[in-house]
Write a protein that binds this ligand. Sequence first.
Ligand code: PLP
Length: 452
Amino acid sequence: MPIRTRPIYGRRMNNIVTARNSILPTDHLLDKEKILDYDKKRKKTNNLSGIGEEIMVASHYEKMLLEKSVIRQLSEFATARGKEIGYENVFDYSLGNPSVPVPEAVTETMIRLLREKDPMELHGYSPSLGITAVREAVALSLRKRFGVPYGTEDIFMTAGAAGAIAHAVRAVTEPGDEVLTFAPCFSEYFPYVNGTGAVLKLVPADTERFQIHFEAFEKMLSPRTAAVLINTPNNPSGIVYSKETIRTLAAILERKAGQYGHAIYLISDEPYREIVFAGVEAPFVAAAYSNTLTCYSFSKSLSLPGERIGYVAVNPACKDAAKIVQMCGQISRETGHNCPASLIQLTIAEHLDHTSDLTIYETNKNILYRELLELGISCVEPGGTFYLFPRALEEDAVAFCEKGRKYDLILVPGDGFGCPGFFRMAYCIDTDKVKRSLPALRRFVETEYPQG
Ligand SMILES: Cc1ncc(COP(=O)(O)O)c(C=O)c1O
């Protein structure tokens, strides 16, 4: 097996300097006028206050302050509107925050650990790869559930899926390498990946089924491709990649890796793995492709996003598997995201095969999906998650969602997910509110789009 032969573009830190000046997240998230104005001022005066001093803060991050987070803005709008008419009357489909509580048993475990564990041990620094017994429990659970022979040494504990992706990308890319992902995608993938010095490239969507547009994908693969980042079940489409999709993806990656003479890693982001609806099968990606780093999070399955806990699981058959987890430990020294809190590590180790009551999400999906179709809004039926991603009734989804606000419907345009013309509904809200939103949805459609 040849050692890596893809070109290396320089040290990570050097590239981040380049990235600061040139690589920005997707255009659609930016307030272009403000950015242009920033660049002009910066050129002229070398700082924003215009008095010609040296810049003292990092321009890359300073510039990010000018970005518009559409979801944040919408959520702020919903809160402000809630103050006027009562939040119960705002049909806020903007945020992917779980709406079912953490299982009572998880709370009890935390209380017991706090009461019974030696506080010096419980609150002491955990090992940088994670608590060994916790890694062992995660490996065992994955082995039992999916038949991939993970060992303790293949697991790296992280702060959620965000932390997992931060380590996985750094472990398998050099600065300047390309990471391909598929539209529609979680908008945070841009800062997650571009912040490492690697460059995220978006493969256009298969808008018929939201599986993978393989023709476009093959055209975008190149010797610079170090990794492919996928997310199934998917935010924002709610789609679960089929066995056939995963099989085809694996076959293409193997063929291309052989052609380029270096491995192409698959980073599989799976925070919604447990939220899969009746009759849908969610294949375990790592079982189909050896060079897989699985990024998992307990944020959604156990409704614990604030506790920041997840892991990277490196398929033991993966190239350089023995090094990757150890390297993640070294990476954590740079990211500063080291040693996730012991209390939450020990807690989830006792609940690896449990979830919150996730049934509400399927109930909500069924109600909304049916209504959308009745209103003439086309939508690929989700197989999991708590998102729907229908086609807007006009080409400009931003305008569509803006009109929706007149009816107190908070919908997110697909532009931020790399898929204009669609919109996302995060239906992780009470079923009662979903039902109460239906007349507003109908009034919106019938008033604004009377022709159907
Ligand atoms: C697809 C996807 N990946 C990663 C994350 C980050 O998850 P975490 O809260 O575990 O960091 C999210 C959060 O919403 C997500 O939707």
